[in-house]
Design a protein around this ligand. Structure first.
Ligand code: ASP
Length: 466
């Protein structure tokens, strides 16, 4: 196994082998200096009449003597500046040709297309390495909190039936059942509720959610959310547990919080005060310091009038009313009667709670309908016939008749939180291989055509667009 470069500090006077990338090379006549880099550090390697052939970013194994540098020559700026490697021999493990993009700066001056086409190089830059590590550390910190709270991690299917989160579905044709399709999950919403029926009581998952929506700066086709659900809880209890977990994890990765107790604001007050249900509570100096200002928003209307320009809303809201957040939510207790009878629909308040941070919605959840009557009433208000209700959520109505505990949960957007923790302004900076703004995948060429043979196998044919 390779010796991490930072470990070289432990072996003054010894000959060791280090492997890594050529960070830079300087030729001074017969002497060549190579800075060798790996994820742990950068060390200067000095070769006499050798290494001239090395190109930047080639991968090499260097064997040499670890020498303390004279104190007058110690590079104070560099953590490994007190030593250098007196090179005895080296081997090129992979020679790098001229790089298509530069990786030594922060990369912000390079166009998106090139950065994503060569993402494996783009990720090599220090800024991106730091963000990848931050993402991993933050997810780990959240997992530790969840483990301490006795949550069970459960995976749910990717090939499934349509789940409603207000977007269009991505569908996958079935080869065995021609003309039938799976939908990729817009969220694990229904499965996590079924896990409450299953007696799991505390569930979580870092879930991939796939939604066919119009691409915007703070949204892509797929995102990762920390999805969780709990039985026998009320709204305040879920908010309290989630707040404690988020705070602990943010602090663990070095994030700074504006307020130790997240303010709770009603939807109406947020609209009156900030003109939106997501807002930025930071002062200019807090923005410069990358402070995180979290707040809760509660008491949203359950339903809204369908926006006729939004295809998914038109599909979901057959009566002209559709849900604002989540059709599986429970209304607040005071509005339950109105909900069950479908009266004064516009005034029904949902138990939804959104977590906002620095102007972004970073999470949202609710207490759920856990009886067939309440869920049926929601779909009735949206104009579904009995047959349509059975076809879309019959399985949930069935599960709600065999002992489903009261439950609620939340989903926290991991990409957005990492973006904010890293002080970035684009979601793409928080994702290893994000899609381009036009919906093309990084590095690999998708979407792309499939062969006639594959189409035939799936009983599909393509109608050319007019
Ligand atoms: N399923 C919801 C979403 O993905 C979150 C939740 O209510 O737990 O937005």
């Amino acid at each position: 196994m390779q010796q991490p470069i930072i470990e070289a500090l432990k072996y003054p006077g010894e000959t060791i082998t280090l492997k890594g990338w050529v960070d830079s090379k300087r030729d001074h006549g017969k002497i060549t200096f190579v800075d060798l880099r790996d994820r742990t550090g950068v060390v200067q390697c000095v070769g006499y009449q050798m290494m001239g052939e090395l190109t930047p970013e080639s991968v090499v194994a260097i064997t040499g003597l670890v020498k303390a540098r004279p104190s007058s020559m110690t590079n104070q700026e560099s953590p490994m500046g007190s030593i250098e490697i007196d090179v005895k021999s080296y081997e090129i493990l992979n020679k790098a040709k001229e790089l298509p993009i530069q990786i030594d700066g922060d990369g912000r001056d390079i166009n998106e297309e090139s950065r994503l086409k060569y993402r494996y190089l783009d990720l090599r830059r220090q800024r991106m390495q730091k963000t990848l590590k931050l993402r991993s550390d933050y997810a780990f910190a959240l997992r530790q909190e969840l483990a301490a709270l006795k949550f069970t991690e459960v995976e749910t299917p990717m090939l499934t039936k349509s789940t409603k989160e207000g977007a269009r579905d991505f569908v996958v044709p079935s080869r065995f059942q021609p003309g039938k399709f799976y939908a990729l999950p817009q969220s694990p919403q229904q499965y996590k509720q079924l896990l409450m029926t299953a007696g799991v009581e505390r569930y979580f998952q870092f879930a991939r959610c796939i939604r066919d929506e119009d691409l915007r700066a703070d949204r892509g086709f797929e995102h990762t959310q920390l999805d969780l659900e709990m039985s026998f809880v009320d709204r305040d209890e879920v908010m309290q547990i989630v707040e404690g977990m988020v705070k602990a994890a943010v602090l663990k990765v070095g994030g700074k919080l504006q307020q130790q107790t997240f303010p709770v604001i009603s939807y109406n007050d947020a609209i009156a005060k900030y003109g939106a249900d997501k807002f930025d509570l930071r002062s200019d100096s807090e923005k410069a310091d990358n402070i995180l200002a979290f707040a809760w928003v509660v008491n949203f209307p359950f339903f809204k009038k369908v926006d006729k320009a939004d295809v998914a809303e038109v599909r979901d809201g057959k009566s002209g009313w559709t849900f604002t957040h989540n059709p599986f939510s429970m209304p607040v207790p005071a509005d339950l009667e109105k909900h069950l009878s479908g009266t004064d629909v516009g005034s029904i308040v949902t138990s939804q709670y959104d977590l906002v941070c620095n102007g972004f919605e970073v999470g949202g959840g609710s207490i759920r309908a856990h009886t067939p009557e309440i869920l049926r009433a929601t779909f009735k208000i949206m104009g579904y016939s009995e047959t349509e209700i059975e076809a879309s959520v019959g399985h949930m109505l069935e599960a709600f008749q065999v002992g489903t505990p009261p439950h609620g949960g939340i989903a926290l957007g991991l990409d957005r939180q990492v973006m904010l923790l890293a002080g970035e302004t684009s979601l793409k900076e928080a994702i290893a291989f994000p899609m381009s703004s036009s919906g093309r995948t990084a590095v690999m060429d998708a979407p792309s055509e499939i062969s006639q043979e594959q189409l035939a196998e799936l009983s599909l044919s393509i109608t050319p667009s007019k």
